[in-house]
Every structure is written in structure tokens, then in C-alpha cells.
Design a protein around this ligand. Structure first.
Ligand SMILES: NC(=O)c1ccc[n+]([C@@H]2O[C@H](COP(=O)([O-])OP(=O)(O)OC[C@H]3O[C@@H](n4cnc5c(N)ncnc54)[C@H](O)[C@@H]3O)[C@@H](O)[C@H]2O)c1
Length: 413
């Protein structure tokens, strides 16, 4: 079959690679000229393993263009453009609208972007010539291709039975559970999944502050909780809070949709508030004064990616810069607009504090000797991940929710 994919970011490119690998002919449309040029040259504009190899291996089946009109006549047109937050937190559908306004011939459209519940039904009314389905994407950055090739599930939302059946046939070959439902349910499943994961993180972050006060260790608590299969260990790590291009914007969009429906979602609102509060809690652990220097070990919102969208490191740096504290960052892949060091040791040299921001293997395994050049050897582990945390050495260590008291005496107020 022949497919068109509009928007060659993380989701669009992963979709394109997955379809090409499955033996289909694909036309990828990207409007950013530099990105398109890079892709045509076989380079992926961001860090995602395996994609460059697919572009090369299936080059004959892949067309890369900036012309939406080139997709005329494809069996399906996949939309994977961005859906960022507006000022007020609502989801901005301008890119989706712009694309649909340009698709002149009757088309079967598959929305892969994350759009608020109700959007696909609305699009059907606004663009009656087309047939619509939504297949939300659940990939994790850093393993986008692997996730597209073997997702945990595929959710297909469409009111068009024929389209549902065809898409179920295409995705059915992946051999993973399929959920075929209405568009609004499919849209909801995506937001609910992200909101649930974000809430798990914030739940542990709330408890981490109590653990610090009460003298308990949040990582041991998470390990103990996680052994219960009803809870699971994933997304129970306390730390600096969630970031990235999805969780913050999707939480805001969900709260906004609730508001539009005259509702508040107190749990989700609290999870979002906790996420902001946790950043300030981390800052409260630093006793900094003007002119001090803070080294950031890791910049990306999580290891395995160079994506800096909504990375907590930037918000943290901005707060420190307001206090006229110098910041210097090191990350194996990601870059930022502030001072950047080529190695962790270079970032640490002359610093008064180090903050472990991203739990890259090379950072969590840093030897205590790597901290030798610091003016004051103080490490705030914002991911509770440093491997040497429990060994005696001369780095003054503090995690999040790990202020274990020396005795077992119960605390009393
Ligand atoms: N990144 C993720 O991990 C992830 C995971 C699941 C879902 N999503 C959702 O998928 C959507 C895309 O996310 P992303 O991270 O891939 O975004 P992205 O910003 O990396 O990619 C979007 C691409 O679309 C292009 N584009 C916009 N308008 C266009 C047009 N008219 N014609 C051609 N190209 C156009 C942009 O130039 C950009 O390259 C968003 O709704 C996001 O919430 C993202």
C-alpha cells in the first residue's frame, strides 16, 4: 500500500519508518526546509536509534518532500504534526488545521498527533469530504522506532467501520492488543495514560518531601510498593519531576478540556501543581549565593534523548540565573543555550554544587574522583540515581526523599 505522512518529527518519522519496514511505499512531508534536507541526506535531526538505517535500507520506497499535494492518491494520510500548548494551557490545533486546509482531494485521514477528546469528531464536521480515524501514539523518545514496531497496544478510534477494519488489518500484523473504539474514547485513552503516569510521578514526589522530613528513604519505599503487581515499579521514581514535550502539555490540555466542560479534575490539577512545587523543593536544597557556580549533570528531560522541550533543567537554570548564580551543563547528547561543558569533569571543575539532572548511565556511574575539581563537593541527586550514593567518600550527597535518620527512634512533633 501507499501512505502519506505529514510532519516528520518523532512520531511522523517513526510512523514512516515502521510502514517502510512493513513493506509499504511512503511519502513523508516536512515543511521545515533544514529538517527535510537533513532527512534527504540520510541524517535524523534528533537522537533516535535505528531510523537512519531504515531510511537508507528502504530508500527506494521512501519519498521525502515539502509538498502535501504529493500525497494525493495515497491509501491513508497520517497526520503527525505538533499540537503544542497555547498560553492558556489549551491544545493548539493550528498545525492540524493548516494541513487539512491544504488537502484538496477526498482522503482517509489518520490522526497520530495527540488531540483533545472530541477533536476528531469536530474535524469530521469541519472537513466533511474526508473520512477520519485517530490512532494515538504512545512511543517513548529514545526508543521511538522500537515502540512503533512493537507497541504495548494499538488504539484505533473511528466511526467509519470500513476504516476501522482496514486499520485493524494493517496494525494487526504487529501481533499486539488492538482496541477499536470511538474517536473520543481513543483520544481519551491517550490523555488518561499520560495523566496517570504523570500522577504516579507526582504522587511519589509528594511522599518524597515527607520522607525527607520523617527520615525515610523514598527509593526503598518505591521498591517495596513496586513489588505489588497492582502498583508496578515503573514511574515511581521521586526526583525533579516530569518534563518533556508531552506530559506537561497534555496535563494542561486535559485540565483545559475539563474546564470547558465545567469540571475540575482535582487529582490531575494537584499532580501538575506538585510537579512545579518539586522544582522549588529541589532549589530549596541548594544554599547558593550570588557568584556561586552550579554544574548540571545531564540536561535532557530523561536519558536516551536529546529533546530539550520542557526539560526541567532549563526551568531550574532560569531560577538560579535570577539569583545571579552561574550555571554550566553537561549532557552526552542534549545542548542548551547556557554554558556547556564537553565532559562531566569539565562542568564540575570550580562548581559549588552539582545537580544530577538526567540519569544517563555515564552520569550515574561517575566515580567520586570526578568531583575532585569542585570548589565545594556537594551533589544534589535530583534523580536518586548516583551509584556511589551509599559509599563513604568526600562528596556531600543529598537525594530527594532520602534524608534517612541515623537512629530508628520514631519522630514526634
Ligand atoms: N514526541 C513524543 O514522544 C510523542 C509521543 C506520543 C505522541 N506525541 C504527539 O505527536 C505529535 C507530534 O509530536 P512530535 O514530538 O513528533 O512533534 P515534532 O515537533 O517533533 O514534529 C512535528 C513535525 O511536523 C512538522 N509540520 C508541522 N506542520 C506541518 C505541515 N503543514 N506540513 C508538513 N510538516 C509540518 C514540523 O515541522 C515538525 O517537524 C504531537 O501531538 C505530540 O503530542 C509525541
Amino acid at each position: 500500500m501507499k501512505f502519506g505522512i505529514i510532519g516528520l518529527g518523532y512520531v511522523g518519522l517513526a510512523t514512516l519508518c515502521g510502514l517502510a519496514k512493513a513493506g509499504h511505499e511512503v511519502i513523508g512531508v516536512e515543511k521545515q526546509a533544514p529538517k527535510l534536507e537533513q532527512l534527504r541526506g540520510g541524517t535524523i535531526p534528533f537522537h533516535e536509534p535505528g531510523m537512519a538505517e531504515v531510511l537508507q535500507e528502504f530508500a527506494d520506497a521512501i519519498t521525502l518532500t515539502d509538498e502535501i499535494a504529493a500525497t494525493e492518491g495515497v491509501a491513508y494520510l497520517f497526520l503527525a504534526v505538533g499540537t503544542p500548548s497555547r498560553e492558556d494551557g489549551s491544545c493548539d490545533l493550528t498545525f492540524v488545521d493548516d494541513v487539512l486546509a491544504e488537502v484538496k482531494t477526498k482522503q482517509k485521514i489518520v490522526i497520530r498527533s495527540t488531540v483533545p477528546p472530541g477533536t476528531t469528531d469536530l474535524l469530521k464536521v469541519m472537513y466533511p469530504a474526508h473520512t477520519f480515524a485517530i490512532v494515538p501514539e504512545f512511543l517513548q523518545e529514545g526508543r521511538a522506532l522500537a515502540d512503533v514496531l512493537k507497541p504495548h497496544r494499538v488504539v484505533i478510534g473511528s466511526e467509519d467501520l470500513e476504516m476501522c477494519e482496514e486499520l485493524a488489518g494493517i496494525y494487526g500484523r504487529l501481533g499486539v492488543p488492538l482496541v477499536c473504539t470511538s474517536p473520543i474514547n481513543a483520544e481519551f485513552i491517550k490523555y488518561a495514560s499520560n495523566a496517570f503516569l504523570a500522577t504516579k510521578i507526582s504522587f511519589m514526589n509528594d511522599l518524597s518531601r515527607l520522607a525527607d522530613k520523617a527520615g525515610a528513604d523514598i527509593t526503598t519505599i518505591a521498591d517495596g510498593m513496586g513489588l505489588d503487581p497492582r502498583i508496578g515499579r515503573s514511574f515511581l521514581n521521586a526526583g525533579l519531576g516530569y518534563g518533556g514535550s508531552c506530559f506537561p502539555k497534555d496535563m494542561n490540555a486535559l485540565l483545559h478540556v475539563a474546564g470547558d466542560n465545567g469540571l475540575d479534575l482535582p487529582v490531575i490539577r494537584a499532580a501538575a501543581e506538585t510537579n512545579t512545587a518539586q522544582l522549588h523543593y529541589l532549589l530549596s536544597k541548594l544554599d547558593v549565593t550570588r557568584g556561586m557556580r552550579v554544574a548540571f549533570l545531564g540536561l535532557a528531560f530523561k536519558p536516551g534523548t536529546d529533546d530539550m522541550r520542557d526539560a526541567p533543567s532549563v526551568a531550574l537554570a532560569q531560577q538560579l540565573l535570577l539569583q545571579e548564580v552561574e550555571v554550566v551543563g553537561y549532557d552526552p547528547l542534549a545542548t542548551w543555550d547556557y554554558r556547556q561543558a564537553a565532559t562531566a569533569e569539565e562542568a564540575l571543575a570550580g562548581a559549588d554544587y552539582a545537580i544530577l539532572v538526567t540519569e544517563w548511565p555515564e552520569i550515574v556511574n561517575l566515580n567520586p574522583e570526578a568531583f575532585a575539581g569542585m570548589r565545594q563537593k556537594r551533589l544534589i541527586d535530583a534523580r536518586n540515581a548516583w551509584k556511589f550514593a551509599r559509599d563513604p567518600h568526600d562528596v556531600q550527597y543529598e537525594g530527594i526523599g532520602r534524608m534517612q535518620k541515623k537512629t530508628n527512634t520514631p519522630t514526634s512533633k
